[in-house]
Design a protein. Structure first.
Length: 269
């Protein structure tokens, strides 16, 4: 039996150290109910890259308000105590999405049809996004009476770099279709069908998984750090990081592969 057993997620471990994580609630349009898997993947040394997709006719309809723990938030106690408990709930839910960004392994989102609400939180926490030509993205929280609170408002501006467009999307809840998502940089490839999107994402994952895991995890970590710091701070931190990581065996293994024209074989992390 697979060690990845989740009620609403299907996880397949593929050859080459690739994890394929499927949102697997097709009858409920893959609506979220607070279950995430990326902390476990982060600690799995057999995995080098991750692809996330949705099973069924859409990527995800967002948060399932009928089953989420949001329905259990306290309402009959002192306002201050209620607010404090709500804070804990929001933080826990944020952490489930932060785990995608914090995962040492690159995460590729393969998106088809609708990606709504918490789906935007999810894919903006991923490293790379491909979508089908029928895909659309919608920061829908404004239409259910709240400000998005688990990542879209923080990550989307940094992903696409256009604050005016981000504000339009978040203030109105309007859909962002595939062609516009490509032009603004939310996705970097649009394919015709769901099947083609997944195939292309898995193809990319195989390329990434073939690289030095030390180099890949370091690249992701340093990119994330540098995004949130100045150039000078990012360079200074890289000095500290690489003074240890340059001692890896992967460098001579890579050089030997280049000299012999044979694909290098790297040890697990």
């Amino acid at each position: 039996m697979s060690k990845y057993q989740y009620e609403t997620l299907k996880v397949d471990i593929l050859e080459g150290g690739i994890a394929h994580v499927q949102l697997n609630r097709p009858k409920k349009l893959n609506a979220f109910n607070d279950q995430m898997v990326f902390r476990q993947i982060n600690d799995d040394f057999d995995i080098n890259c991750v692809v996330v997709s949705g099973n069924g006719r859409m990527f995800t309809a967002g948060l399932d308000l009928t089953e989420s723990s949001i329905s259990a938030l306290p309402t009959s106690i002192d306002a201050a105590r209620s607010a404090y408990r709500t804070r804990s709930f929001i933080k826990d839910f944020q952490d489930s999405f932060n785990a995608i960004e914090d995962c040492a392994k690159p995460v590729i989102a393969a998106i088809h049809q609708a990606c709504i609400g918490a789906g935007v939180d999810l894919v903006t926490a991923c490293d790379i996004r491909y979508c089908s030509k029928d895909a659309y993205f919608c920061v829908k929280e404004v239409d259910v009476g709240l400000a998005a609170d688990v990542g879209s408002l923080q990550r989307l501006p940094k992903v696409i770099g256009n604050h005016s467009l981000v504000r339009e999307l978040c203030f109105t809840g309007r859909p962002l279709f595939a062609d516009e998502a490509l032009s603004c940089g939310l996705v970097n490839k649009v394919l015709d069908t769901q099947e083609q999107v997944l195939a292309e994402a898995l193809k990319l994952a195989r390329v990434i998984a073939s690289k030095s895991p030390v180099a890949v995890l370091g690249t992701k970590h340093l990119l994330n750090y540098s995004r949130d710091h100045s150039v000078a701070e990012g360079l200074s931190y890289t000095v500290t990081w690489n003074q240890a990581m340059l001692q890896t065996e992967d460098i001579p293994v890579s050089v030997q592969g280049y000299i012999t024209k044979k694909p290098p074989v790297y040890s697990k992390l």
